[in-house]
Design a protein. Structure first.
Length: 439
């Protein structure tokens, strides 16, 4: 993955790597402003030579830097096309060149400065906390784009060259890249929000822990996703949520911590889910996403698991202690300094779960937790979850997994809960066991 490569670059040794991160940030910002303001092709060429020289000084692979910077070109070309069509070809070319050079400058900065040092330097420079968060999000989004572009390039190579299919296909691919990158980034943003609770606590007791009444939701295109859902979760209870793809399961659980907002009433730990209570609710309810790669967005496993505790107001040492405790709980403390992207599917799932456990929630919501896991990893996950005291909601297609953990089950159908009851009864009623005689 491209972000792993850049993180490896950032941990090399060179004159530029050794420089104070604050100086590098100031120099990069100055260069970006100069690139943005110039209208001279000669000056842009000079900036290009400067950046190439800096990459060589930092012992970065220049060809790789140029290639990765080029991933912004489809986006830049889309905007430059407006100028080109109105006859201002010089402006169009300048826009493309400036975008490429700006991406190169950003790559040289992050390729010589590990993300934690970069964020720490911004804080020492007095940058507002929201700006630090924006930089972290943009850093991750740049690599979302490159990751999606790489996936599309490999898929195209498996079926011939995209370049041979003409302008229309190439333009369509750029549009798909926009859409896929946006969707992926939105998923990552939701994962960040799910671990962004404040340190404020609310000790009100509630029975049940989760109460949902007449929940309804429609997507922007008018599609009805939820049609009057009623649901309760008691203390210490584990409930399996079954249903076909598109029946509303994930949409439902994304309402429980305010990632989506529909009509109806939801209370979690006695607090109604609304804007003013979201910080406290996200501290109480931990959501483990289906795709672990979405949830793991920091350079190392330890930093990722400590992300939530930092948002609770803990200092770095305390956040790291809590993160290590969570990693030990899931048996992953040995991988604390590894990049999340180098973990196996089972390890990624445990790392994502550790990130949630570090928030010390009262409720765990796991969306398709056995996806991508082999049978031994599923067994390990079952053993781990059995030992956790939290109430749990398990969104799953896996009947065996549900039988092993759940006290009862609900079955979603067309945005409604069609039935609920003992797990085995629901499995039998909806023929949900792939090993059944009807196969």
């Amino acid at each position: 993955m491209h972000h792993v490569v850049v993180e490896h670059w950032s941990r090399r040794n060179s004159v530029l790597h050794a420089r104070d991160a604050r100086l590098k940030i100031a120099a990069a910002l100055t260069l970006l402003v100069a690139i943005a303001l110039t209208r001279s092709p000669v000056a842009l060429a000079a900036y290009g030579l400067l950046l190439t020289g800096l990459a060589l000084t930092a012992r970065l692979p220049v060809a790789s830097v140029l290639l990765r910077a080029a991933y912004v070109l489809p986006f830049a070309a889309t905007f430059a096309l407006v100028s080109f069509l109105t006859g201002d070809r010089e402006r169009a070319l300048l826009l493309v060149a400036k975008s490429w050079l700006s991406a190169m400058a950003a790559l040289v900065l992050v390729g010589t400065t590990p993300l934690p040092k970069l964020l720490s330097a911004l804080q020492r420079l007095g940058a507002p906390p929201f700006l630090v968060d924006v930089v972290q999000t943009l850093y991750r989004y740049l690599f979302v784009v490159s990751e999606q572009a790489q996936h599309m390039r490999l898929a195209a190579a498996c079926r011939g060259s995209l370049g041979r299919t003409g302008f229309r296909a190439a333009a369509g691919a750029v549009a798909v890249l926009f859409a896929r990158s946006y969707t992926r980034a939105e998923d990552i943003h939701n994962a960040m929000l799910a671990r962004s609770g404040s340190g404020l606590d609310d000790t009100r007791e509630a029975k049940p822990l989760v109460s949902v009444r007449d929940l309804r939701f429609r997507y922007d295109d008018g599609t009805a996703a939820l049609e009057g859902v009623n649901f309760d979760l008691a203390h210490g209870e584990t409930v399996a949520v079954f249903g076909r793809n598109g029946s509303g399961k994930t949409t439902f659980v994304h309402h429980l911590n305010g990632l989506l907002t529909g009509e109806g009433e939801i209370t979690v730990c006695g607090m109604r889910v609304e804007r003013k209570t979201l910080a406290s609710i996200r501290k109480r309810i931990g959501l483990v996403f289906q795709d672990s790669d979405t949830q793991l967005f920091m350079p190392s496993v330890l930093e990722d698991v400590a992300y939530g505790p930092h948002n609770l107001g803990l200092d770095e040492a305390a956040a790291n202690r809590r993160a290590m405790e969570a990693l030990r709980h899931v048996g992953l403390d040995h991988a604390a300094q590894r990049a999340p992207y180098h973990l196996s599917a089972g390890e990624k799932k445990r790392a994502a779960l550790a990130g949630v456990l570090a928030m010390q929630p009262e409720i765990l919501v796991l969306d398709e937790p056995t996806t991508f896991l082999d049978p031994p990893a599923v067994r390990d996950l079952i053993t781990l979850l059995r030992g956790l005291p939290q109430a749990k909601i398990l969104v799953t297609h896996d009947a065996l997994f549900a039988r092993a953990l759940a006290d009862r089950a609900v079955f979603f159908e067309r945005g409604r809960i069609a039935a609920e009851g003992p797990v085995q009864d629901i499995i039998r009623s909806f023929d949900w066991d792939p090993r059944s005689d009807s196969v």
